[in-house]
Design a protein around this ligand. Structure first.
Ligand code: PLP
Length: 477
């Protein structure tokens, strides 16, 4: 019978070639410019305007992958990628993700693949234990964990659940929401502002609390603002504390914020998107002091824990509040397991219905590295960042803007903002490394975010030499 499918034996053959292609890519990744050098429209213009009428060969596709697509790739997995934040991966994770694609499971409810749900529950409980998280985040307690696509989605989920709790699950009644106010710091990730907008709270009901000289939220200002809002008839309902802000890795005082939240009956969400992975190591756990006061907490294994995008771990202290907020049971999804109440249906824990089998890649990563392997690599990244900070301190031309708590170094050339931007662009244009900037206290700051899987000391050292030499060339020009 005619069909157009690839047979299992053809899949085996092409699949092996693609595994080889990926392995070759990693072996030769340093030959590519880290930051893609193409101009806007360059890739699109090389692609045919119309789709093929007849199917094409894998050889043709792979040729175009090399010739058309690869020049438009910014190599996030390069050991010389220091921009934004890490989005690292690893071979066990890639293989876990491949198995997930191969199984093609849609794990929206327990019944649609019990293993997809139960592995997720188990692995997130493992992680809670590996990071010494509060017992209440575990599935055998009042809470539990669920994998979301991103920290942005976790923020939205937390804000919506908090809104429902604050309004006794009646937020749809006219006017109830207009009184709700939420609190972030001036350094909180923009996804929180977006969540507040999307959850119908309104940007005008978002209060931005000032930070101290370490860029951490000032709890006394939070308390003052809450009191002011109460006197003006508002209902404070949500606060986000961050462990590792995006710009500078600042650590908010979680305990103090949590105590205010308890007193004021506000939901505390903790966003530890990048820095959360460091909680694998006991010596960094003081950064999460007070986390037992949190209502929800998220971190992204897809940033720093060697797990392919996308994978965000979201823990809540009270799963019933989440389920009460997100549960809808249409007739076509009714089944015995759900009715028995003995299972988790994760579609009740977030916005979307359908869900990928993402716990497989996490399971592969944790089992491959073990706690010991993960700790080893995280410590190495932190050590490399601390060494880089030391070189900056010793230099006559550069200054450290902050002592880095973990793996992000904020520094600048001692000249002006314009020079720093020129320097960054000059380094990035060489293609040998890629790093980015931010602004702190209105001043341009360069950021070295060290967390890619294959980054070694020699890469960091070569990049520091490149930065220094580029500065000298620019000064002479
Ligand atoms: N929160 C923090 C502190 C971040 O650094 C980031 C990413 O930059 C995010 C949230 C958003 O992460 P995601 O892309 O997973 O939504």
């Amino acid at each position: 019978m005619k069909n157009y499918h690839l047979s299992p034996s053809q899949f085996r053959e092409e699949g092996k070639k693609i595994i080889d292609w990926i392995a070759d890519y990693y072996e030769h990744i340093e030959k590519y410019p880290v930051l893609s050098q193409v101009k806007p429209g360059e890739i699109k213009n090389k692609l045919p305007e119309n789709p093929p009428q007849k199917g094409e060969s894998f050889d043709a596709m792979m040729r175009d992958l090399d010739e058309i697509i690869m020049p438009g790739i910014t190599h996030w997995q390069s050991p010389n990628f220091y921009a934004y934040f890490p989005s690292n991966t690893s071979f066990p994770s890639i293989l876990g993700d491949l198995v997930s694609s191969g199984l093609g499971v849609q794990g929206m409810i327990w019944a649609t693949s019990p293993a997809a749900t139960e592995l997720e529950t188990r692995v997130l409980d493992w992680l809670a234990e590996m990071m010494d998280m509060p017992e209440k985040f575990k599935s055998n307690s009042t809470g539990g964990g669920v994998i979301q696509d991103t920290a942005s989605t976790s923020a939205l989920t937390a804000v919506i659940a908090a809104r429902e709790r604050a309004t006794k699950f009646e937020s749809n009644k006219t006017g109830v929401r207009q009184k709700l106010v939420a609190y972030v710091s001036s350094q909180t990730h923009s996804s929180l502002e977006k969540a507040i907008k999307m959850a119908g709270i309104g940007s005008e009901n978002l209060r931005v609390i000032d930070v101290d000289e370490q860029f951490a939220m000032q709890p006394e200002l939070l308390e003052k603002q809450i009191q002011k809002d109460r006197t003006e008839g508002f209902q404070p309902f949500f606060v986000c504390a961050t462990i590792g802000t995006t710009s500078s890795n600042a650590i908010d005082p979680v305990r103090q914020i949590g105590e205010i939240c308890q007193k004021e009956n506000c939901w505390m969400h903790v966003d530890a998107a990048m820095a959360g992975t460091a909680m694998l190591c006991p010596e960094f756990r003081h950064f999460k002091d007070g986390v037992e006061l949190a209502d929800s907490y998220c971190f992204n294994p897809h940033k720093w824990m060697f797990t392919n995008f996308d994978c965000d771990v979201f823990w809540v202290a009270n799963r019933n509040e989440l389920i009460h907020t997100f549960s809808i049971l249409p007739e076509y999804l009714k089944n015995k397991a759900t009715e028995s109440g003995a299972v988790f249906d994760y579609r009740d824990w977030h916005v979307q219905l359908g869900r990928r089998f993402r716990s497989l890649k996490l399971w592969f990563v944790i089992r491959h590295y073990g706690i010991e392997g993960l700790q080893f690599h995280i410590r190495k990244h932190v050590e490399m960042a601390q060494n880089f900070a030391g070189w900056v301190k010793e230099s006559n031309d550069f200054e450290l803007v902050l002592d880095p708590p973990l793996n992000l170094v904020c520094f600048r050339h001692k000249s002006n903002d314009e020079f720093n931007m020129k320097l960054m662009n000059a380094v990035n244009e060489t293609g040998k490394a890629f790093f980015t900037h931010t602004k702190l206290n209105g001043q341009v700051v360069l950021r070295m975010s060290i967390g890619q899987t294959h980054t070694e000391e020699k890469h960091v050292k070569d990049t520091w030499d490149l930065i220094q030499n580029s500065a000298i060339s620019l000064e002479k020009a």
